[in-house]
Design a protein. Structure first.
Length: 278
């Protein structure tokens, strides 16, 4: 991955989703040989209340129990005070990845709710994995989207490295618009020019993926050029996947401030965990 010595950072709040994220983070850190840093952030108003000590002790005890039961690698459990999203982004500067639940309703309200995970995915200097229960719990395959851009190249590299470390199959998807109308495609009639477009897309996909296949020869790879927009193709694929990997795009002077439409859509629509890579 990026740096095996940099820790995997996991946001915790005591909710079921953050517990799921912590289990995910342990498996990932162990596979890539990285230490793990679990951090809970207590908002300042809660930190000033009488419940603060109980919340902190409960978070620490629960996280340490999970880490011990899962056989976690070198790990640190920490509780801080401040704005959860800002603190997680701050610690992400020294992490190899941030792992979060998709929503939180635990002892620390709003630690990993959608708005916080969206903020961290926008601002984090490293990949962010938003963990949610897969529609098919038995699924193991990883899906990654590409459009041939440099940004999607970062997602490809991370996805191949992840699949290699975890020993799972990888599907690379390129979703694209065609010159034919949707009704024509859905009817099963594929005009000659669309067939040509698909052939070109498949050739492009093969060329884009080839360097990664060479670097990761042990990864079993499937390539799919699909005549639907990328966001739709990846959302559909998430129904039978354990993880979808996508690049995060920022444009212009505010690069990093806005997620691309595909990655933003997947954080809402995916039926499995999502990794946003930059």
């Amino acid at each position: 991955m990026t740096d095996a010595k940099a820790p995997v950072l996991v946001g915790i709040d005591g909710s079921d989703d953050s517990i799921r994220a912590l289990h995910w983070g342990v498996r990932y850190a162990r596979a890539v040989g990285a230490p793990l840093h679990a951090i809970g952030v207590i908002p300042e108003d809660l930190a000033r209340s009488e419940a603060a000590d109980d919340v902190e002790e409960s978070l620490l005890a629960e996280a340490r129990s999970i880490l011990a039961a899962d056989g976690a690698p070198e790990s640190v459990v920490d509780v801080r005070t401040g704005k959860p999203a800002e603190q997680l982004v701050r610690y992400a500067a020294d992490a190899s990845a941030v792992v979060m639940g998709s929503r939180g309703h635990g002892r620390i309200a709003d630690l990993v709710v959608g708005s916080v995970s969206q903020h961290v995915a926008r601002q984090s200097a490293c990949p962010v994995v938003v963990v949610r229960e897969a529609q098919r719990p038995e699924a193991t395959r990883v899906v990654v989207g590409t459009d041939g851009s440099e940004e999607s190249g970062h997602a490809l590299e991370w996805a191949f490295a992840y699949a290699d470390a975890m020993g799972v199959e990888l599907t690379v998807i390129y979703g694209f618009h065609t010159s034919a109308s949707s009704p024509a495609i859905l009817s099963g009639f594929i005009p000659t020019q669309v067939g040509d477009e698909i052939a070109v897309a498949e050739d492009m996909l093969k060329e884009v993926v080839a360097p990664y296949e060479a670097r990761y020869p042990d990864v079993t790879v499937q390539r799919e050029a699909i005549t639907v927009p990328g966001a739709v193709a990846l959302a559909d694929a998430s129904e039978t996947a354990a993880l979808v990997v996508v690049g995060s795009r920022g444009r212009g002077a505010f690069e990093g401030m806005l997620l691309g439409s595909v990655s933003q859509g997947l954080l809402h629509r995916a039926r499995c965990s999502v990794a946003v890579v930059r």
